[in-house]
Structure formats: structure tokens, C-alpha cells
Design a protein around this ligand. Structure first.
Ligand code: CUA
Length: 334
């Protein structure tokens, strides 16, 4: 990932270049694709195909209408000297018959696309629960709980069961499928399938409060074997802690953390915030807000409100040494 260029305040041109650079490198957490026009699975491919068909057809209609408009303007000037032009057959053809055929074709193609988006049969189900402002991710059959990233194998459809713990959110990974809402009162069934390995960025697509824009996720697509390894890794018991990590664990358990977070084989069983059992293996912090590394984790723990104002995580008031011990412990949770 390249760094976004910094504007040096030397006028509009510099600002525009910096802005263009920022757009090109936006999505500060890594090289993942978030575009409906770069489909990476069958559902997104059907939607993209329909989009391109409608775009090209719409462009042709626009060009046709513009040509007729220019012709009409020219003819009107000529007809001042001659008799009026007959218009009824032209209106019937251009205003009824041709639009009727175009709309009928679009109707058929849209219905066909809708049918192709039906949830296929699959044995892999992932539950996704939307929270302000993060994603809880559960694999019921595999006994895995994660957050803000969904790991799936390539070439295999995944059934998603979507619901919300608070307000309405919307699940949208443009490279893999369209959008689906997460409602507080019932579960919506959805699915994704990725053709190839890679990382695909998703974003909450329903305004859900102050940090709606910082409610992102990543779909990490593995080969079949690598997915099995990932499952294995997530089920592995936590590693033996060294003295410093052990001290960090005690700080973790004696501070407020367990009220909101669960952490593996400890007594921490809070359910307000993300499960931390394997937090060190996650790619991002704060639902796609920061890369998950030591510096960002320390900053996030110190003052999460400065990074994502309004989220439920309070600042951590620890001495620098205790804070670093806590970070040592959290970074051991692979
Ligand atoms: Cu959740 Cu927008």
C-alpha cells in the first residue's frame, strides 16, 4: 500500500493532484478491491453485466434522441417556408413502440438477473451481526467468532445470515454481490461467492449514525487448503504467555475490558464489543479504520474517541508501561 500524498498548500493544482492521489489510494487499510465494476464472483458479475448493458443501451438512446433533436431544430427552420411535417406515425413509433420494446427487453433481463441471484445450496453459513459501528462475524458450524472480516474459501458459495443488534445497517461488498440490509427484528438471508483468492473490501451501505463511513469490512478469500488452515488456526488454543504478556493479561482482566469484550480462555465474556480471542490475527482495527499493527493498537487503546468519535470504547487510562504490557498481551492473541 502506497502512502497517500500530502498536500503542501501551494495552490489549486497541488490540491487537485493531492486529491486525485488520495482518491487513487483511498481505502487506507490495504490493497483490496471495492468496485461493482470489477466483479470477482458470479452474483456481482451478473449485476455488472446488466449494468453495462443498461449503460450502453442508455447511451445509444441518448445519442439517438440528441440526433433527433438536432434534426428537428434544422427541419423547423426549413419548414417555415414549407407545409408542416406529419408527426403521428413518428410519435407512435418513437414514443410508444421503440420505448416499449426497450423496456420489455430490460424487464426480461432484470428478471433473469434476479433469478440468477437466488441463494445457492451450500454447507457453509456465516452469521453477520451489524453493530454501531462494526461487524460481528460468526461461523456457527465451525465454532468461530470473529469481527470485521469474513474468511471464505474461493469457488464455494457462502450463505450469509444478516441481522442487526441496533439500527439498520447494510451489507455491501460490491465486488461480490449487491446490497442487503441488516435489520434488528429479522434475519435476511444473502450469499456471496468469490471466484479467486484475494481481499475484497465491503462497506456499510445504510446510514447508521456518526461513524457510518468508518464501518468497513474485508472479505478474505483463501484457497480451499488455506481456508482449512485458517479454521485450524482459529480453533487453536491460545499460546503460552511470557512474563510481560502475562502481566498485560492481568491488566486486561483487572481493567474495564472484560465488561465489553470476550477473550479466549479467560473470564472475559463481554458481548458489547468485538471478540478479542484472535484480535492479533485481524487485518484492521476499528472496522477497517486502521491497519492492525502495534502503533495503531496502542493509539486506539489510548484514545479510541479521537480516532472514531462516538464509538462505545472509552479511553484507557494506564501508565505507559502498563499500556505497553496490555498491547503485548493483545498482540499475543493470534
Ligand atoms: Cu452501519 Cu452504516
Amino acid at each position: 500500500m502506497t502512502k497517500a500524498p500530502v498536500a503542501h498548500g501551494n495552490g489549486t493544482a497541488g490540491g487537485l493532484i493531492a486529491y486525485a492521489g488520495l482518491l487513487a489510494t483511498s481505502g487506507c487499510t490495504g490493497a483490496s478491491v471495492q468496485s461493482a465494476l470489477h466483479p470477482a464472483g458470479p452474483a456481482a458479475a451478473s449485476i455488472a453485466w446488466l449494468w453495462w448493458f443498461m449503460f450502453i443501451l442508455g447511451t445509444l438512446v441518448f445519442i439517438g434522441v440528441m440526433l433527433l433533436l438536432v434534426t428537428a431544430i434544422m427541419r423547423r427552420q426549413e419548414s417555415r417556408q414549407g407545409p408542416p411535417i406529419g408527426t403521428l406515425p413518428f410519435v407512435l413509433l418513437g414514443g410508444v413502440a421503440i420505448p416499449g420494446v426497450i423496456l420489455f427487453v430490460l424487464l426480461i433481463l432484470t428478471l433473469d438477473t434476479t433469478v440468477s441471484l437466488r441463494t445457492p445450496d451450500t454447507d457453509l453459513t456465516v452469521e453477520v451481526v451489524g453493530h454501531q459501528w462494526w461487524w460481528e462475524v460468526r461461523y456457527p458450524a465451525l465454532d468461530i467468532v470473529d469481527a470485521n472480516e469474513i474468511h471464505i474459501p474461493a469457488g464455494r458459495p457462502v450463505r450469509l445470515e444478516l441481522r442487526s443488534a441496533d439500527v439498520i445497517h447494510s451489507f455491501w461488498v460490491p465486488a461480490l454481490h449487491g446490497k442487503m440490509d441488516l435489520n434488528p427484528d429479522h434475519t435476511n438471508v444473502f450469499w456471496i461467492k468469490a471466484d479467486q483468492e484475494g481481499v475484497y473490501r465491503g462497506q456499510c451501505a445504510e446510514f447508521c449514525g456518526l461513524q457510518h463511513a468508518l464501518m468497513a469490512m474485508e472479505i478474505v478469500v483463501h484457497s480451499s487448503a488455506a481456508f482449512d488452515d485458517w479454521v485450524e488456526q482459529r480453533r487453536r488454543p491460545t499460546v503460552e504467555l511470557n512474563v510481560r504478556q502475562q502481566r498485560g493479561k492481568e491488566i486486561f482482566l483487572s481493567s474495564g475490558c472484560p465488561q465489553c469484550h470476550t477473550a479466549g480462555d479467560t473470564t472475559a465474556e463481554g458481548e458489547v464489543g468485538p471478540d478479542l480471542t484472535h484480535v492479533a490475527s485481524r487485518r484492521t482495527l476499528g472496522a477497517g479504520t486502521l491497519r492492525n499493527n502495534r502503533a495503531n493498537l496502542t493509539g486506539w487503546l489510548s484514545n479510541p474517541q479521537a480516532i472514531k468519535p462516538g464509538n462505545l470504547m472509552p479511553p484507557t487510562y494506564l501508565s505507559p508501561d502498563d499500556l505497553h504490557a496490555l498491547v503485548d498481551y493483545l498482540q499475543s492473541l493470534k
